[in-house]
Design a protein around this ligand. Structure first.
Ligand SMILES: [Zn+2]
Length: 285
């Protein structure tokens, strides 16, 4: 059984504020170690339960998506990292060969309250991302993409809000609440040492349940996908000029961009593109 493990930083045990996850923040090297150890706990649990392969993919958008400490990550896995990956940016390793998906250290959607560092793709630039008119977060997009390649979601770790969001699409998902959000940058945490034990157990249960056929791939969202990204600020001239070369995007109202994506590979890449579409000359994604 091959596991695809997407690891983000906002939902890692012990971390509650933006300064914890920014490369110029506070104790960043220590915090990336916490991220590595939460991932390791899930990897350990997966192998214990009989997984044959674990591919870890980095999802945290600082340091060109190279945040894990590779000399401390479990030696049995492989790691997909770095910017400019083919396919849907941070899901390059999520393909038909994957049997089960873990989301470790993920966070709630933009607009969720409370929700530790809640955002969708871009904390600074996106106010909300909607799919067919409904607000969505990154785990929603992962669940949809995973469904397209017939891989079920087996595990989510993070705060109570991201868990609630994932359960809406995947009611039986294994979940590990490593902290309880009290605001956007505050929460009641359980110490990482204990959180990691819970993550290891959750990962083990997820693989055992997958072996018993208890999970089914999510297929609740009909394609094509009607995606709307509501921006924090109205697009500037550079962004307008870039978007004018890409007919698949359409400006809607003051500060929204809409697009219709045939699948979530393309959909996720388009959403990610809008986070840097204000960069001069950025007309490819
Ligand atoms: Zn992140």
């Amino acid at each position: 059984m091959k596991i695809f493990l997407s690891v983000d930083m906002e939902g890692i045990s012990g971390l509650v504020r933006w300064m914890d996850v920014a490369s110029q923040g506070i104790d960043f090297d220590r915090n990336r170690r916490l991220m590595t150890l939460d991932a390791n706990a899930a990897i350990e649990g997966a192998f214990e339960a009989g997984a044959s392969e674990v591919v870890v993919e980095e999802n945290h958008g600082v340091e060109d998506l190279c945040v894990l400490l590779t000399d401390e990550v479990d030696a049995r896995c492989s790691v997909v990292r770095g910017a400019g990956r083919p396919g849907p940016t941070t899901m390059a390793g999520l393909d038909e060969s994957v049997d089960l998906v873990f989301l470790v250290g993920h966070h709630a959607a933009a607009g969720t309250w409370p929700g530790i560092m809640a955002h969708t793709v871009s904390g600074g630039r996106f106010k909300t991302v909607r799919l067919a008119g409904q607000r969505v977060g990154e785990p929603d997009l992962f669940a949809i993409r995973a469904g397209e390649v017939a891989a079920p979601i087996g595990l989510i770790t993070g705060d109570q809000m991201v868990i609630e969001e994932v359960r809406k699409r995947v009611p039986g998902v294994e979940s590990v609440e490593v902290k309880r959000a009290l605001g956007r940058q505050s929460g009641e945490i359980i110490p990482p040492a204990r959180a990691r034990e819970a993550i290891q157990q959750g990962a083990r249960r997820a693989v055992e349940r997958a072996q018993r056929g208890e999970f089914t791939p999510y297929r609740g969202e009909p394609a094509p996908y009607e995606i709307e990204v509501e921006l924090v600020e109205a697009p500037d001239d550079v962004m307008r000029a870039n978007l004018a070369t890409l007919p698949e995007f359409e400006l809607a109202g003051d500060r929204s961009v809409v697009t219709e994506a045939p699948d979530m590979d393309v959909g996720f890449r388009r959403i990610a593109y809008l986070s840097y579409a204000h960069t001069p000359g950025a007309t490819r994604y």
